[in-house]
Design a protein around this ligand. Structure first.
Ligand SMILES: Nc1ncnc2c1ncn2[C@@H]1O[C@H](COP(=O)(O)OP(=O)(O)OP(=O)(O)O)[C@@H](O)[C@H]1O
Length: 257
């Protein structure tokens, strides 16, 4: 569904993305992990067309995203920090986005809107919202248009445990419908029950892209957090090794190049 080929992005001398290639298909929940500043958000923003790579290409459903914006209608994006007009109310922001986005009548998914009890908060001013409530607004907007692809940047950051569970349940539901979901998070325990694949970026380089099943099998660990730590320790002693891909990732990669 999304294919990335040899992507490079520099901010002055800093190589934020260094020759990243990968492909993503329906039904995958890919957790994008890595230290602060490793290039996760830059990769996400490149897919969204917000950041323009210096080299390489990104295909959405087989077509280059260069010089087109229509593909974005198929993506729901939850940014790390949602920025909204301070003087508007929650209900007004949601209405505004509905008016801007192209959507077919009767296709809206307002499940999170009600699960997060946004119907009771519609008149709250964006200016007065807590960080967590702001996150809920971002989540509602990401899922609202029933997109085929969801890109969630640190989705549970700032959410209370109940809201976090509601969001995770929603992600699992959408995964079962065959949607593609890309998530960045530093809280690996949050990702354990959701993730099908893990991508590890460091200094802009893709070091690992494997199925969770394989990572757990290789290490004998049942918890994702521990399994990844083991794999990383084994391969990244000098910080440069790239972990060999599992068979199905190899096939995906072959398709991508
Ligand atoms: N617009 C920009 N101008 C200059 N440098 C940038 C810009 N955007 C990102 N960078 C730099 O690129 C590198 C990668 O940033 P990015 O936000 O992709 O990291 P990240 O992995 O998402 O980090 P975090 O886990 O902290 O969210 C960082 O060193 C960052 O400072």
């Amino acid at each position: 569904m999304i294919t990335i080929k040899n992507l490079h992005k520099k901010f002055k001398k800093l190589h934020a993305l260094n020759d990243v290639s990968a492909s993503f298909s329906r039904g995958q929940v890919v957790s994008l992990i890595g230290p602060n500043g490793s290039g996760k958000t830059t990769l996400i923003k490149s897919i969204l067309g917000i950041v323009k790579p210096d080299a390489g290409s990104i295909l959405f459903a087989g077509k280059s995203i260069d010089k087109q914006v229509a593909y974005r209608d198929n993506i729901g994006y939850m940014p790390q920090i949602g920025r909204y007009p301070d003087n508007m109310k929650i209900g007004q922001v949601i209405e505004m986005v509905k008016n801007i986005r192209n959507h077919k009548d009767g296709t809206l998914d307002d499940e999170l809107f009600f699960d997060f009890k946004m119907d009771e908060m519609q008149d709250k001013n964006m200016r007065s919202l807590s960080g967590g409530t702001r996150q809920k607004v971002s989540a509602v907007l990401a899922f609202l248009f029933n997109p085929d692809v969801l890109i969630l940047d640190e989705p549970t950051a700032g959410l209370d445990p109940l809201a976090s569970e509601i969001l995770k349940d929603k992600i699992i539901k959408e995964k079962k419908k065959g949607k593609l979901i890309l998530i960045t998070s530093h809280v690996l325990s949050d990702l354990d029950e959701l993730t099908t694949d893990v991508m590890y970026l460091q200094d802009g380089k893709l070091h690992l892209y494997q199925t969770v099943e394989n990572i757990k099998q290789q290490t004998g660990e049942t918890r994702l957090e521990k399994a990844i730590a083991q794999v990383m320790k084994r391969y990244l002693k000098d910080g440069t090794a790239t972990i060999p891909m599992t068979e199905n990732r190899e096939a995906d990669y072959a398709k991508a190049i």
